[in-house]
Design a protein around this ligand. Structure first.
Ligand code: ME8
Length: 499
């Protein structure tokens, strides 16, 4: 089976921050998990380089929008690399191949009768690049997301007949109750649709930085239509000479933040229907990471620098923290203090110590070879069905619930060490069988949790599995007892050292 997962493409108007890393790491966890299941995965991320948000930021810096994109796109790539993100392609909407495909697809939408010229009049947020409807206005006509005064816009442009998709969209939502996850976001999107859909601007007359409208080059496409289509266009040129559409379309999961729900849950499926493509299987909408109670954002300046965290604690600690501390799908506060607590109590003490103790005891008591004994039925019972639980949670992109299932087993193994006290068993020769069983069960439990944790903390998991002498990452092998004893282990430095 193929599995196509995407993130939003991020505006290059400023440096990336933790919010961008968050969605992309979330998608990476799904991609890695699906690869462990043997699926044929394609994972896309990238940058959104056209439109007003980028034009205005470039003006402020006294450079061209293209120069700004060329300066900032590599910073997004670098962050993703440093965060251990395994994307298969990085799209930039200034790629000429993307621009050409946008023109082709939107020409087809026009040819199919979904476009007409008209006059737009209404409120517009230049930071969101969003024409706000009456229900989306903050107090005194401000942007509810950015808190800035909205502009009253009036211009002649081309409109997309969104209103004609009201019924098909309602039908889509009726037939596919998991089209948008979690449920609360599904309800929100459906309420928006039922509230009545007005046609939306497809092009802009006042902006020149964008993809020219082929039938009227005095206009450029409204940045959102150009940007949304990245999910299609990337597949046409990510692998030179190959068109990957047949192999991967439609997307299995599209991850987005709640700020861009309307575009993805309403405009996007309508646009796909108009262009003759299947709609995605699932959109997963996560909440905001907050700092000091406010949305972390470039324009508000209250950002936690992910590169600094990675530099000090490593990428895996950041990846773990993001999905452990904030329930994926909800808003949640993050802070340096919470991060440091989780690092020390959970990663270093619970997992790190479990690993170093297990490896050290196999070394000391059994010369570094995991005993070829059976597994203890007691801890084994607590791992029963675990793989299935994790799969089910991740099939719904519930990254936090899956991680919690795994972490409960990390804690179970720590209790097991205390219950069995191998250091006492080692004192009497007639308890050698018990010690064999205990060490083998510990090593096996540790292997299982590590395979399951791999998508979250890939670098650490690979190192630990190597040390356990069992490098296999396949999910099939994550059953307790799936692998035999006899492996030779190796000592490793602390997995989560004090920074
Ligand atoms: O909206 N918490 O780009 P953008 C969680 N180019 N996630 C956050 C976040 C926060 N505080 N801040 C940002 C755009 N994000 C468009 C998208 S897609 C066709 C075009 C993440 O740079 C989250 O995924 O403003 C959010 O939806 C996205 O960054 C917005 O990125």
């Amino acid at each position: 089976m193929s599995f196509y997962v995407t993130t939003p493409i991020y505006y290059v108007n400023a440096a990336p921050h933790l919010g961008h890393a968050y969605t992309t790491i979330g998608a990476d966890i799904l991609a890695r998990h699906m690869r462990q299941r043997g699926e044929d995965v394609f994972f896309l991320t990238g940058t959104d380089e056209h439109g007003e948000p980028v034009v205005q930021a470039a003006e402020r810096e006294g450079i061209t929008p293209r120069e700004l994109g060329d300066a900032n796109a590599p910073r997004f790539r670098e962050l993703m690399d440093r965060a251990g993100v395994s994307n298969d392609f990085f799209i930039r909407t200034t790629d000429p191949e993307h621009e050409a495909r946008v023109q082709e697809i939107l020409q087809r939408v026009n040819d199919n009768g979904h476009v007409y010229p008209g006059t737009y009049e209404g409120w517009y947020c230049p930071r969101c690049a969003d024409f706000k409807t009456d229900t989306e206005l903050g107090p005194d006509n401000t942007c509810p997301i950015h808190g800035i005064p909205l502009d009253w816009q009036q211009e002649e442009n081309y409109f997309f007949r969104l209103s004609t998709f009201q019924e098909p969209l309602e039908q889509l939502y009726a037939e596919r109750p998991d089209f948008v996850l979690p449920q609360a976001r599904f309800n929100e999107a459906l309420a928006f649709i039922r509230g009545g859909l007005a046609d939306v601007s497809l092009s802009r007359a006042k902006i020149t930085w964008g993809v020219p409208v082929p039938w009227d080059p005095s206009q450029v496409f409204y940045v959102w239509f150009d940007a949304l289509l990245n999910y299609v266009t990337a597949l046409t040129y990510a692998r030179p000479g190959e068109d990957l559409i047949a192999r991967y379309w439609p997307p299995s999961f599209q991850l987005i933040g709640k700020d861009i729900l309307k575009f993805h849950a309403v405009y996007w499926p309508a646009l796909l229907m108009a262009a003759g493509y299947d709609v995605p299987r699932h959109l997963f909408v996560h909440g905001f990471l907050l700092m000091q109670g406010e949305k972390m954002s470039k324009s508000l300046g209250n950002v936690l620098d992910p590169l600094a965290v990675i530099e000090r604690f490593g990428a895996d600690a950041l990846r773990y923290y993001c999905f452990r501390d904030v329930s994926f799908g909800q808003d949640g506060s993050v802070s340096t203090a919470d991060f440091e607590t989780r690092y020390e109590t959970e990663l270093a003490n619970e997992l790190g110590n479990l690993a170093s103790r297990t490896l050290a005891m196999v070394e000391r008591y059994r010369g570094g070879v995991v005993p070829d004994a059976g597994v203890d039925p007691e801890p084994a019972a607590d791992f029963d069905g675990l793989v299935g639980l994790v799969r089910d949670r991740l099939d719904r992109a519930d990254l936090t619930a899956a991680l919690d299932e795994i972490w409960q087993r990390v804690r179970r193994l720590n209790r097991y060490v205390e219950e069995r006290a191998p250091w006492q068993l080692a004192r009497s020769d007639d308890r050698a069988d018990e010690l064999d069983l205990t060490l083998r069960s510990l090593a096996e439990g540790l292997r299982v949790v590590t395979v399951l944790l791999y998508p979250y903390i890939p670098g650490t998991a690979e190192r630990l599995l190597q040390a356990l002498g069992q490098p296999g990452l396949e999910l099939e092998g994550a059953r307790f007892g799936a692998r035999g004893g006899g492996a030779r282990v190796a000592g490793i430095p602390p997995l989560f050292p004090k920074p």
